[in-house]
Design a protein around this ligand. Sequence first.
Ligand code: DLL
Length: 432
Amino acid sequence: MYWEQERECMDRDELEQLQLERLESTLSRVQMNVPFYRKKFDELGIDTDTVRSVDDLRRLPFTTKDDLRNNYPYGLFAVPLREVVRIHASSGTTGMSTVVGYTQNDIRKWSNLVARVLTAGGVTRDDVVQIAFGYGLFTGGFGIHYGAERLGASVIPMSSGNTARQIKIMQDFRTTALICTPSYAMLIAETIFDMGISISSLSLKYGLFGAEPWSEKMRKEIEDKLRIRATDNYGLSEVMGPGVAFECLEQNGLHVNEDHFLAEIVHPDTLEPVPSGEEGELVITTLAKEAFPVIRFRTRDRTSFITEPCPCGRSFRKIARVRGRTDDMLIIKGVNVFPSQVEAVLFDIEGTEPHYQIIIDRKGALDHVAVLVEVSEQIFFDEMKKQHALVDLIRNRLSSELGIAVEVNLVEKKTLERAEGKAVRVIDRRKL
Ligand code: DLL
C-alpha cells in the first residue's frame, strides 16, 4: 500500500522540520554553485542564512521557464557536468527547450519517488508494467521505467505508438498495469474494441496516467472500457519529471511528495499565496536535488490544495487535479506546444501572412491539430501544385518544430477573424 510508509505517513511537525533542513542546504548549495541564483539573491539583498522557516521562503524570488531558457543549456546546473549521469529536455526548438540534469543520487531518489507513485496506484512487484510513454528526452518513459524497476515489477519498455502491437503485447505478456497519457489510454481502449478483442482476454488491473490534463469523465470512461482502476500522476521536467505528485486509490487529489518538494499556490498576478483551498498557480521548490535544484519554480499549472486529510493515511498534502495553465502553453498529445513556435515557423516561410489559427480538436481519443494559415493572394490563386508544395513545406517544418503531426490548411487573405483586443490564435475544442 505504501512504498515508504515512514516517510509518506510522517508526522507533519517532523516533516516540516525535515523540509526546513533540506531547504537550508538547498539554498546554500545554489548560492555557492549557481551564479544565477547568487546574483539574484545579492541583487535583492537576501541572505539565505536568514531563511529560518518554510514561510521565509516567500521572501525569495521566483524562477521561471524563461530563466531556464536564458541559461540554456547548462547554466543552472549546480554540479559539474562530470557528476551528471542523465540529461533530459522539454520540448521546443534547440534554442527554446529547457535542459535538466541528474546525478547518480538524483536518479536513485527519482526512482524511489516514482516507486511511491506506482505503489499508490496499486502496482506491486508482482505486476507486469507496460510503459507506453515516449522514451527519449521526455522524462515520462525513462522516469517511470527506473521507478518500476526499483519497485521490482516486470517492466515492458514499449514506448508510445504502434497501438495494435501494444495490444498484442498486452495480451501475450499478460500486462497488468498500463502507464501512459490518458489520451493514449483512450485510444488503446477504443482500438481494442475496434479490433473486436474481448477485454477478458487481457489481464489489466491498473492504469497510471499523467503528463497532460484529463477529466473525471475521461477517468470513468477509461476505467469502464479497460476494466481497471485509473489514477492520475503529475510532474514536470523542470522539477524532476513524473514523481512530483500522485493519486492514491482514493482517487481524490494528488499527494505531493513533500519531503522532496515544497509546494506553494500563489495568485498568478499578485504572486501572493491564495487563501487555503483556493485555486492558483503551483510553485515548487526542490529540497533534495543535486544537479538541478530549482527555487520557487513557477509551474504555470492551475490547482488548489485539498485541505481534508486523506483516508489512505499519507500525511503528504494533496493538490486537486491540474486543470490547465496560467500561460498559453498547449499540451497536445502530451507534448508542450506554444503558439509562438507556430508563429516562428510561419515567419520564416515566404508567401505566408502573419495570420494563423491553431485549431485543436479531439477526434475520438486523440488530439488533432489543424493550422489555418493565411497566404498571399498570388499563392492562393496559384496552381494547385504550388499550393500543395507550400502546404507540405509548412506541415513538415511545423511537425519537426513541434514534435507532433499537424494538418495545414491555406486560407485566403483576411479569412481569419481579427481581434480588436488580444488575438485569438488558439481554438481549443477539446472538451475535458
Ligand atoms: O509531463 C512529466 C510527466 C511524465 C508527468 C509522465 C507525469 C507522467 P513535461 O513534459 O515537462 O513533463 O510537462 C509538464 O505537463 O507543467 C503540466 O502542465 C502537464 N502535466 C503533467 N502531468 C499532468 C497531470 C511531464 N497529471 C507539464 N495533469 C506540466 C495535468 C499535467 N497536467
